[in-house]
Design a protein around this ligand. Structure first.
Ligand SMILES: CC(C)(COP(=O)(O)OP(=O)(O)OC[C@H]1O[C@@H](n2cnc3c(N)ncnc32)[C@H](O)[C@@H]1OP(=O)(O)O)[C@@H](O)C(=O)NCCC(=O)NCCS
Length: 157
């Protein structure tokens, strides 16, 4: 039987509902922030997905915030498929895209700083991030008591 290969590709509109379901799964466990389906559609071009055969196994987005700054967000891998390197591939793909479009700095807001450290992200204070990025925070159920850890990685020029 043919073994399906894992690929990382840009998301399509038809992936949105599955990505939403995956993100909601972790949001219910309070380990990710929820994303409305409408927000996923609106930002579909930000997303990468990991796909094996016809199964979507993970997703991650790169969202441009400012002239030199982007955010890696909405990283999730299906529970049965974690610890197989899929999360790593997704983050690397977003960092590669950031470098390709000459983004200088990439940040994330995370509960798992250990995971992001491996890619060169380092903890920073929230005040170093531009106010613009807090726009969506007012819609978050945790606002104003955000407990996510901000981390930043500078990309090589
Ligand atoms: C975090 C997540 C995306 C990692 O995906 P993955 O495919 O399992 O990651 P990989 O297999 O590439 O890497 C696994 C490594 O990450 C580490 N890791 C995975 N989840 C971790 C966690 N919650 N805390 C700390 N480290 C974690 C593993 O220990 C492993 O480290 P190692 O390579 O040194 O052994 C996945 O566990 C997930 O979807 N978690 C729930 C959603 C989430 O927390 N998203 C991040 C929001 S910022």
């Amino acid at each position: 039987m043919k073994k399906e290969k894992l690929i990382i590709r840009k998301a399509k509109i038809s992936d949105a509902a599955t990505m939403h379901k995956l993100i909601q799964h972790y949001a219910k466990e309070d380990i990710m922030l929820p994303r409305p389906l409408m927000g996923i559609y609106e930002n579909i071009r930000d997303y990468f997905v990991a796909e094996k055969g016809k199964s979507l196994l993970g997703c991650c987005a790169l969202h441009i915030c400012w002239k030199d700054l982007a955010e890696v967000k909405s990283l999730a891998v299906k529970p049965k498929h974690t610890k197989q390197g899929i999360g790593t591939l997704l983050v690397k793909q977003t960092l590669e895209e950031a470098a390709n479009i000459s983004i200088k700095k990439v940040f994330c807001l995370t509960y798992i700083p250990k995971f992001f450290r491996k890619f060169g992200f380092r903890k920073i204070e929230k005040r170093y991030l531009p106010h613009k990025i807090w726009n969506e925070c007012v819609n978050c159920h945790k606002f104003p008591n955000c407990d996510e850890i901000p981390m930043l990685k500078c990309l090589r020029r």
